[in-house]
Design a protein around this ligand. Structure first.
Ligand SMILES: [Zn+2]
Length: 45
């Protein structure tokens, strides 16, 4: 069993997890809103 949490807000992921590929890494977030935040944070680096 793998416990996954949102990479943005640490909310436990369920079936609604969204996969985001950032710099070759795939991370999972809880919703599209968090996915967007992640993309923005990476773009800002
Ligand atoms: Zn989240």
């Amino acid at each position: 069993m793998s416990e996954k949490t949102c990479a943005v807000c640490d909310y436990p992921l369920d079936g609604n997890a969204v996969e985001v590929t950032i710099g070759g890494n795939t991370v999972e977030v809880c919703c599209e809103e968090c996915a967007q935040k992640l993309r923005e944070a990476e773009a800002r680096r």
